[in-house]
Design a protein around this ligand. Structure first.
Ligand code: NAD
Ligand code: IPM
Ligand code: MN
Length: 347
């Protein structure tokens, strides 16, 4: 009996989570005893009470739930992102969700912004290291607010952290019959972390002689993703570069409205969320595209041991694209709720 903690969050996070929950209802109706509870951690709660995400709740998620599902967090009334950092990055760090899995599969050729590229060309997955790098909140200010101000943001890279994400990328390739893993960093300029990533990646690669291990510097990688995306099966990178790679990857597949993701620690309570944010200007207007949120339910089910739901949901989305039943960001006119209803009806 999988148990899910659902956090709709802010902005369109709320709109798209409503549709994701419709799909969970359909999954339960199909015979899987899926259960979920909703939690109201968001900007409203933070502004009213000062509460972001209490440590006891993180322990509750860890001990009593199999997954956490997040819509999106981020609100213009909280410009320093305090609550979003505690909720999203807090869960990634405290649950040690070191694998940020962000598949980039072009579901229909018509969606690709690249000339002459199809579904066989844009067909790769990205593994973003999710617990280290510049996201660790290590650093500080000196003489803040003065002319002599200093800001330091430190990038943390551990041998263990780099090794486990690189190994995960190779294991995924092996398990899925994929022949190439590409690592990306900026080791020509950032020598200390770059040296560690280079040594560890190619050391792990030796354990997988049947898989081709390659490397692009991050600037060249982004250029290659546009020029020759067909060269990629699996891409592995650090936290910040992985963030950047996956927004571009999303656009190659038709935009943020379609990009799903999982923040995973294999075997432990993991977190699932669309790649997109809370897009405040679209909140509550029935225009946000919930497909990313719905496909994220597929990634969640896949991780929980029900792999059939990803192809099932992808097939419905493909059918919607083929028949022009798509929301505004994809050139159609279906509202957020209508997309969810369409998916459920056609599952
Ligand atoms: P965003 O992804 O929220 O929106 C950027 C643009 O992408 C939108 O203006 C819209 O044009 C488009 N878009 C994104 N999702 C869409 C959808 N489902 N349907 C239709 N169009 C969609 O990114 P942003 O504007 O940089 O960030 C807004 C807030 O969200 C910020 O507070 C940011 O920190 C936060 N954020 C949160 C997450 C998360 O919770 N995982 C991820 C990214 C950004
Ligand atoms: C994402 C988001 C987050 C990140 C932000 C909201 C901190 O952009 O999930 O991709 O950078 O990881
Ligand atoms: Mn991002």
């Amino acid at each position: 009996m999988p148990r899910i903690a659902v956090i709709p969050g802010d902005g369109i996070g709320v709109d798209v989570t409503t549709e994701a929950v419709k799909v969970m209802v359909a999954i339960r109706a199909s015979g899987i005893d899926l259960q979920w509870d909703e939690f109201d951690y968001n900007a409203d709660k933070y502004l009213a009470t000062g509460i972001t995400l209490p440590d006891e709740e993180v322990e509750n998620f860890r001990n009593n739930y199999d997954a956490v599902y997040v819509g999106a967090v981020g609100d213009p009334r909280v410009p320093d992102m305090t609550h979003a950092r505690d909720i999203l990055l807090g869960l990634r760090f405290k649950l040690d969700l070191y694998v940020n899995y962000r598949p980039c599969h072009l579901l229909d050729e018509s969606l690709c912004p690249l000339r002459d590229k199809g579904s066989d060309d844009v067909n790769f997955v990205v593994f973003r290291e999710n617990t280290e790098g510049v996201y660790t909140h290590v650093g500080g200010h000196l003489k803040k607010g003065t002319d002599d101000e200093v800001a330091i943001q430190t990038s943390i890279n551990t041998r263990k952290g780099v090794e486990r994400i690189c190994r995960h990328a190779f294991e995924y390739a092996k398990a899925n019959g994929l022949s190439k893993v590409c690592m990306s960093d900026k080791s020509n300029a950032m020598r200390f972390e770059g040296d560690l990533w280079q040594r560890v990646f190619f050391m792990v690669a030796k354990e997988y002689p049947d898989i081709e291990a390659s490397h692009w510097f991050i600037d060249a990688l982004l250029m290659q993703m546009v020029k020759r995306p067909e060269q990629f099966d699996v891409i592995v990178s650090g936290n910040m570069f992985g963030d950047i790679i996956t927004d571009m990857g999303a656009q190659l597949c038709g935009g943020m409205g379609l990009a799903a993701s999982g923040n995973i620690h294999p075997g432990k309570t993991s977190l699932f969320e669309p790649v997109h944010g809370s897009a405040p200007k679209y909140a509550g207007k029935d225009v946000a595209n919930p497909m990313a949120a719905i496909l994220t339910v597929g990634v969640m089910m896949e991780t929980l041991g029900y792999p059939e739901w990803t192809p099932r949901l992808e097939n419905v989305v493909r059918k919607m694209i083929k028949t022009g039943n798509v929301p505004r960001d994809m050139g159609g006119n279906l509202g957020t709720a209508a997309v969810g209803d369409w998916v459920v009806k056609n599952l």
